[in-house]
Design a protein around this ligand. Structure first.
Ligand code: URA
Ligand code: SF4
Length: 224
């Protein structure tokens, strides 16, 4: 396995990407997971939310953010006034990485993807962003931030601040003409916040949730 690049279709919109991603073997993670969990949402979404990777529920159902973290995220979006039906949800890594053990609730234990896996899967994320060309990309946690900004990205240093979206044309991917090239030059924005799973795991869950809300309010204000 080299990367998802070998599986990326040269043309076509999100449906073509989704079909191709179903057969991706760009890294070893396809082997143990149930299925590719591609992004979901409107192709003309103004906002793309990028998570880490599918969790146990997402792996079974084939859709992003349908488990406990997704529930918390959707509640937070509603609270700040962002309509989840107008958001495109996706993940930095499209296959579930887990340890061969289950927890007390029979859920497989999630393992954080490494930089090699993030890099291998990045062409899918880049292709999604080039097709959708969103005004705002929100990274949920460090993995999403690393996929966009590289391995030294730290959520704590930039969370809650609207930043220019990196120029996707540097990503060495066969993006469709135009959209990707313009992304860095216009007023498209990037916002980082914590991952909803980190809120669920936090010692002080209320405080962590308030932090997520406060970051997402920046997104809501930008969207107007
Ligand atoms: N966590 C993620 O990062 N993505 C999902 O889709 C679900 C949980
Ligand atoms: Fe392909 Fe990404 Fe799955 Fe690896 S994790 S096999 S690169 S879709």
């Amino acid at each position: 396995h080299e990367s998802a690049l070998d599986y990326l279709p040269g043309r076509g919109g999100l449906p073509a990407l989704r079909r191709a991603a179903a057969d991706c073997r760009g890294c070893a993670l396809y082997a143990d997971a149930t299925q590719t969990v591609f992004g979901a949402g409107p192709a003309d979404a103004r906002t793309v939310l990028v998570g880490e990777q599918p969790g146990d529920q997402e792996d079974r159902q084939g859709k992003p953010f349908v488990g406990p973290a997704g529930g918390l995220l959707r509640r937070a979006l509603a609270e700040v006034g962002i309509d989840e039906n107008q958001v495109y949800f996706t993940n930095a890594v499209k296959h579930f990485k887990f340890a061969p053990v289950v927890d007390a609730r029979k859920r497989r234990i999630h393992k954080t993807p490494n930089l090699r896996e993030i890099t291998a899967c990045r062409p899918w994320l880049a292709a999604e962003l080039s097709r959708i060309d969103p005004e705002l990309v929100v990274a949920l946690g460090a993995t999403a931030g690393k996929a966009l900004f590289g391995g030294s990205f730290r959520v704590s240093e930039v969370r809650g601040t609207l930043l220019p979206l990196p120029d996707l044309s540097n990503w060495d991917i066969p993006a469709e003409e135009g959209a990707a090239q313009e992304a860095g030059a216009n007023d498209h924005r990037f916002l980082a916040t914590v991952h909803p799973s980190a809120v669920l795991r936090a010692k002080n869950r209320d405080e962590a949730y308030r932090g997520l809300l406060s970051d997402l309010r920046m997104a809501a204000r930008f969207l107007g």
